[in-house]
Design a protein around this ligand. Structure first.
Ligand SMILES: Cc1ncc(COP(=O)(O)O)c(C=O)c1O
Length: 342
């Protein structure tokens, strides 16, 4: 099988998820979410979060972030995030376009935010010439593969609420973060004070489907209209619901993420002793960042698709996913070594 190391988005659909889609593919059901699959999946989210959440299925991670943020923010407010955050760097300005509000960024080597970095923004509060801080958005796991501990999230949530701000989590890779911390959804999200999470599915084996989950149901009021206006209301919602049911069944989501993380750790271990390869980030989830000699990037990409993360320093990102095998890692490392004459 041809394996990509570019992104967990490159993975095939998990067979259990595909089965769930096929099994849901009979009979007529009411569209736009009033179907038994969507209802069951929504009930499962309540169980998983151990509280009554308001959950809305959407098509994409960008759609989840943008619709959640534009629902919760006023155009004169700002969302604060790390400069590396997907909402800032990889959503083509959609958060600004759809919310009409500003994104304020903080430089962060590991993609994590610290309250000390957020404090300077508070000077703007009440000053009409400055966009007013409204939302703090963190990514769990970050775009650099790093993970917040539940305590760190709790600290940011406390800081947010002390200053009348809301805390949004981009959880495109929430499962990878949870297993990496040997934590749980409740410990990491329900009990830390998060207001809303973009809950990822696509990077963890789904064909297509994410969820916007409001932990405070009051905040969800009116969101159904925003979802529609954001073009994220799927007519054949039953297939998203069916995928999420399978995703949670027998902890498939955690097993998939755990495997992806293990494969990344394995890759890092196997290349750690190669002197031409410099790992640039600790491997906490399913991403490995490394600086490699520029002359081997193209030949390696001929064999394996992956992205150059920072061309200025020849830093690349290799990602694993639920379907990456040990054999894939061994073959990849053998190719890398061959190109380096090692
Ligand atoms: C951290 C993070 N958030 C959100 C997204 C958005 O997902 P999508 O491509 O489905 O819009 C991605 C996709 O790579 C991501 O890495």
């Amino acid at each position: 099988m041809k394996r990509s190391f570019a992104s967990d988005n490159n993975a095939p659909v998990h067979p259990e998820i595909m089965n769930a889609i096929v099994n849901a593919n009979k009979d007529d059901f009411v569209s736009y979410g009033d179907d038994p699959y969507t209802h069951e999946a929504q009930a499962i989210f309540n169980k998983q979060f151990s509280t009554d959440v308001e959950v809305f299925f959407v098509c994409t991670g960008t759609g989840a972030n943008v619709s959640a943020i534009s629902h919760l923010i006023k155009p004169w407010q700002a969302v604060m995030c790390a400069a590396t955050a997907h909402i800032n760097h990889d959503e083509c300005g959609a958060p600004e376009k759809y919310s009409g509000s500003k994104v304020l960024t903080v430089k962060s080597e590991d993609g994590k935010l610290r309250t000390s970095q957020l404090e300077p923004f508070l000077h703007s509060l009440g000053f009409e010439h400055h966009a007013q801080p409204g939302i703090i958005s963190i990514t769990q796991a970050t775009e650099l593969g790093m993970v917040y501990t539940p305590e760190e999230i709790e600290e940011i949530a406390r800081f947010a609420h002390q200053h009348d701000l809301l805390l949004h989590v981009d959880g495109a890779r929430i499962a990878n973060a949870i297993v990496s911390q040997e934590s749980s959804l409740q410990e990491m999200i329900t009990h830390t004070g998060v207001d809303v999470i973009s809950f990822g599915g696509t990077k963890n084996g789904l064909l297509m489907g994410e969820a916007v989950v409001f932990l405070n149901p009051e905040l969800a009021k009116g969101f159904k209209y925003v979802r529609k206006q954001s073009m994220q209301l799927v007519s054949k919602m039953r297939y998203v619901g069916a995928q999420f049911i399978a995703h949670f069944e027998k902890d498939l989501w955690l097993k998939n993420a755990d495997h992806a993380n293990k494969m990344a750790r394995l890759l890092a271990e196997k290349i750690r002793d190669i002197k031409e390869v410099k790992l640039t980030m600790p491997v906490h989830t399913n991403a490995v960042f490394a600086i490699i000699p520029p002359e081997i990037i193209a030949p390696l990409q001929d064999k394996y698709f992956f992205y150059v993360w920072n061309p200025m320093v020849h830093e690349v990102r290799w990602m694993t996913h639920y379907a990456t095998t040990e054999q894939d890692i061994n073959d990849f490392v053998a190719t890398l070594r061959r190109l380096l004459n090692r």
